[in-house]
Design a protein. Structure first.
Length: 587
């Protein structure tokens, strides 16, 4: 128990107040008791004096000092007080405490205050210290009707009063000691109980401060301390509720931010990161965006840093396009804005990765340019030959027939191109519904080969079909697979030299059927393998045109296989020639 502690102070206060109150009570009780005692003694001494006076008046004496002194001695024997007879001239003529010889030496008593009062009013009462006896004496003087005695005086030492009062004081002291002991005990008990409650409430408050609201203080006291505990519990409950709300809000914000494609970085007024979502981490320095770090560590790009700096100064800077230093192929648009919540300023940076958008835009532009170019080439040829036919000097019939044949071929090419473009557009727009049905691959292969019989014959090529075990049937949209395979075989016929063999095979894979189209042609340069499925991409433009290709065939194949749930890849065979592999899921 420290001296300054609540327990010590409560103990001191309660005990101190009790002690002062008890001592005051003792003093207040003692004073009237002493006065009461004195009054009682005074009353009995007055009565005794009256009795002594009556006795003196009843019993006649011869008036001599001897007789009067004897009378005084006799009356004095009946009372504990000293009896003195005083003559009208003030001389003592009888005294129960002095013998005759001593009477002579006594001084004149006529001027004693009690004697003077008795002469004046018939009776005088006086209390004063007697040097002879060494204690307080109570004097009662009474005027009597007697020939030789004017005043009868009785004197009583007050030692009795002091003795009685001492006894009362002893009892009072004992009572006071017991009361003080009880007060001390009670003070100690209440200080312990109070300290225990305060300690419990303090422990709960510390727990609340640490964020643990699991158990309330539960102090049932109706006093101020109980009120403090209840207010503390209410506060904790309210705080807990608000913290839950805050946590929910934060979780909601984090969920929204996590689901965003845009990168979001929020910094406080000092430029320290408060929040950064995964998208922002992907676009900026992943390890630099930890909360608490300065944004300069996370956003290393100087322009973006400057932009955030301006936003922190309350400005709204223009959006900025940049490429991250560690990934220059990407294009990101950054926007920053000041964040002015109540009392706290900061800034928010939003990063939008537009690489794909840019890519798509470039592809669209390339596509339009390619389509225009592809259409213009045959159109220019047709125009030229038509003009030649319309010439003032018409070509000879043989020449004219050749021109018309070229015009027809170019028109055909345009028609194929438009047809392929429309098909691609339909496939990309998802306008071709997939209608799967059990399909026999052997039959499908035969159909494709039969349709291309004329071209095969023209080049002296042949197609070998192989259907592996368990790969004869497939639940698939036969028409779409047919179109894809026909395209691949057409390419093989076009690019492989005459008199070569094309192999069309199906094999069972793990949960899939793998269809391959292999030829014995020149194959595809490794650098072009990844690009031949792009629209209008050709390894050798002249050769492709010559073969009548539109440059869209493989692109259509890729889309067809894609909507069938499979994938297509191109590779070169070790023995030479290209091989296209179509993997389709089998059920
Ligand atoms: P194209 O109409 O030009 O054939 P495709 O999209 O069908 O267009 O093919 C794209 C390019 O891929 C072709 O121009 C050609 O260079 C190459 N290619 C396709 N199939 C083969 C193959 N079997 N052998 C060699 N090259 C091929």
């Amino acid at each position: 128990m420290t001296f300054g502690g609540l327990r010590a102070r409560t103990l001191l206060a309660v005990f101190g107040v009790s002690a002062v109150a008890l001592m005051l009570a003792a003093v207040l009780i003692a004073i009237p008791i002493r006065a009461q005692l004195l009054r009682a003694i005074e009353r009995s001494l007055v009565a005794e004096t009256r009795l002594a006076a009556a006795l003196l008046q009843e019993r006649p004496t011869d008036g001599s000092v001897q007789a009067l002194d004897r009378e005084a001695d006799q009356i004095g024997a009946f009372t504990a007080a000293r009896v003195t007879f005083i003559a009208p001239d003030g001389h003592v003529v009888g005294d129960s405490a002095e013998d005759l010889a001593a009477l002579e030496k006594l001084d004149n008593h006529g001027t004693r205050p009690e004697v003077l009062a008795a002469r004046r009013a018939g009776m005088g009462v006086e209390r004063r210290f007697s040097a002879t006896v060494g204690t307080d004496l109570l004097y009662v003087a009474l005027a009597v009707r007697h020939a030789d005695v004017e005043i009868v005086r009785l004197a009583l030492p007050l030692t009795d009063v002091d003795d009685q009062f001492r006894a009362v004081r002893r009892s009072l002291l004992l009572a006071l000691t017991v009361a003080l002991g009880s007060a001390l005990g009670l003070a100690w008990l209440s200080s312990v109980l109070l300290a225990r409650r305060v300690d419990t409430i303090a422990a709960v408050a510390r727990r609340y401060a640490a964020g643990d609201f699991s158990a309330p203080a539960h102090d049932q006291g109706g006093d101020e301390l109980g009120t403090v505990a209840r207010v503390l519990d209410d506060t904790a409950r309210e705080l807990g509720r608000r913290m839950t709300e805050l946590a929910q809000d934060r979780a909601r914000v984090e969920a929204i931010l996590a689901g965003m494609l845009e990168g979001v970085i929020v910094v406080n007024a000092e430029g320290r990161i408060i929040l950064a979502n995964d998208a922002a981490r992907r676009m900026a320095q992943p390890d630099g965006l930890l909360p608490g770090r300065h944004y300069v560590e996370g956003v290393r790009h100087p322009d973006i840093g400057a932009m955030l700096g301006r936003a922190l100064n309350g400005q709204t800077p223009e959006g900025l396009e940049f490429s991250p230093l560690r990934d220059p192929n990407r294009t990101i648009v950054a926007r920053a804005a000041p964040l002015a919540a109540e009392g706290a300023a900061g800034a928010v940076l939003v990063l939008h990765d537009i690489t794909d958008l840019r890519h798509a835009d470039r592809m669209r532009r390339d596509f339009v340019a390619n389509v225009s170019h592809e259409l213009r080439t045959p159109l220019t040829a047709i125009q030229g030959y038509v003009e030649a036919l319309q010439d003032e000097v018409p070509p000879d019939p043989g020449e004219a027939a050749r021109f018309l044949e070229i015009i027809a071929r170019q028109a055909n090419r345009m028609e194929r191109l438009v047809r392929d473009l429309l098909r691609l557009a339909r496939l990309e727009a998802g306008q071709e519904p997939v209608e799967p049905a059990p399909t026999n691959l052997e039959t499908l292969f035969t159909e494709v080969v039969t349709e291309l019989e004329a071209s095969l014959e023209a080049k002296g090529q042949r197609v070998v079909t192989e259907v592996g075990p368990g790969a004869g049937w497939l639940h698939v949209d036969a028409a779409k697979l047919h179109d894809a395979l026909r395209n691949l075989v057409e390419n093989a016929i076009a690019y492989a030299p005459p008199s070569t063999t094309i192999t069309l095979a199906s094999n069972r894979g793990d949960g899939e059927v793998v269809v391959t189209v292999a030829d014995e042609g020149p194959g595809i340069p490794a650098a072009d393998l990844s690009r031949i499925f792009e629209r209008f991409y050709r390894v050798d433009k002249a050769r492709s045109r010559e073969s009548g290709g539109t440059g869209l065939g493989l692109s259509i194949v890729k889309h067809l296989v894609g909507i069938l749930g499979g994938e297509v890849k191109a590779a070169n065979r070790p023995s030479g020639g290209a091989i296209f592999t179509v993997r389709l899921p089998s059920r």
